[in-house]
Design a protein around this ligand. Sequence first.
Ligand code: NAD
Ligand code: WQD
Length: 337
Amino acid sequence: MKILLTGGTGYIGSHTAIELMLSGYEVVLVDNLRNSKASVIDRIQEVSGKRPSFYELDVADYTALNTVFKQERPDAVIHFAGLKAVGESVADPLLYYQLNLNTSINLCRVMNDNNVTGLVFSSSATVYGEPERIPLDEDCDATRAANPYGRTKIMVEQILRDLCNAKPAFNVALLRYFNPAGAHPSARLGEDPTGVPNNLVPFLTQVAVGMRNELVVNGDDYPTEDGTCIRDYIHVQDLARGHVAAIRKLEKNCGLVTYNLGTGKGHSVKEVVAAFERATNQHLPKTIGPRREGDVPTTYTDPSLAERELEWKAELTIEDICRDAWQWQDANPTGYP
Ligand code: NAD
Ligand code: WQD
C-alpha cells in the first residue's frame, strides 16, 4: 500500500511518514516547503531506514498534483497541507480561506479523477469552539469555531461530507486533533516553528534553550483550579500512530468517519510548565500576563470512540511530551538545517 501525504515534510506529516514506513507502507511526500524544510527528508530516512519519494509542489496546482498521482498511483491520501496559525487567520482571512479550501478541493478533484478514494483529513478540535460540554465527544456541535482558521476546517469537513454523499466509493476519516506537542524520541525530528511560536510547548522549549527571555502565562484568572487554561496535549508520536490506525480503518470501507484524537486528560498551563521543569531539570523564567483573546478555559476530549473504532489510544504522557520536545530543541537549537 502506498500513501501520499500532502504537507508531508511538516511537523505532524513527517512523524506520520515514519510511523507509516515502520508499519510497512510506502510513502510519498508532497509539500511546497512553505512552512517546512527539505532536510526533514534526510531525517526521516535516518530514523526509518527508508527514503520516501518527495515532490515539491503546491497542492492547489491541479496539473502538478495530477502528474504525481499518475506517476505514483497512491492507494490513499493523508491531507496535512494547510495553514494553521489562528492569529494570522484573523489578520488575513482571505489567505486562509483561499489556501486551506483550494488545496483541499483541488486534492479531491485529483483523487476523484484518478480513482483514489481513501482520504484522512487533518481537522482540529478548534471546530468545537467554546465547548458545549466537557469532555468533547464527536457528537458535540462542530461548527462553533471562533476564528477563520477553524472555520476553514469546518468548511473542508462539510465539503468532504458532501463528496462522500455524492460519491459513495469515497472513504474519509476526519481527525480532529487536540493539542499536538512533543517530538520524535530520537531527537532528530520535531516542531520547527517560523518566528515566535504560537503554541505553549514550543515556546517553553525556546525559553529553555535561551532563544526567548521568559514564558508569559496568558492569564491566571480562569475558572479552573489554578486559574490557567486546561488543554488536552497529545504526543505527536501517538498522533502519528492514530493516522496509521485511520488508514487501516479506510481499508475496511468505512465511508465517512470522524474521530477526536486526544488523550482524554486535561493539563493546565501551570501543570505543563511544572512538568517541563521536572522533565528538563531546569527552572524557567515566567510571568503572568493578560488573557489571550479567544482562549476558552477548558477543553479535552472523550477519546472513547477512537479507542473503540480505531483500536487506538494515546499512551504517552505530558512528561513524555516535555522530555521529547526538550531533547529535540536542545539537540537542534535552531531547528532543521
Ligand atoms: P505544518 O505547518 O508543520 O505542516 C503543514 C505543511 O503543509 C507544511 O510543511 C507546509 O509547507 C505545507 N503546505 C502549506 N501549504 C501548502 C500548499 N499549498 N501546498 C503544499 N504544501 C503546503 O503543520 P502541522 O502542525 O504539521 O499541521 C498539519 C495539519 O494538521 C494542518 O492541516 C493543521 O491545520 C492541522 N492541525 C495542526 C495542529 C497543531 O497544533 N499542529 C492541530 C490541529 C490540526
Ligand atoms: C495552550 C494554552 C494559551 C503560549 C492552538 C490552536 C488550535 C490547535 C492547537 C490547530 C493556552 C497558553 C500559550 C504562551 C501561554 N491548532 N499559552 N503562553 O490555543 O489550545 O490551540 O493549537 O488546529 O486550533 O488554537 O494551544 O498551545 O496556543 O495554548 O500561556 O506563550 O497555553 O493561552 O491557554 P491552543 P496553545
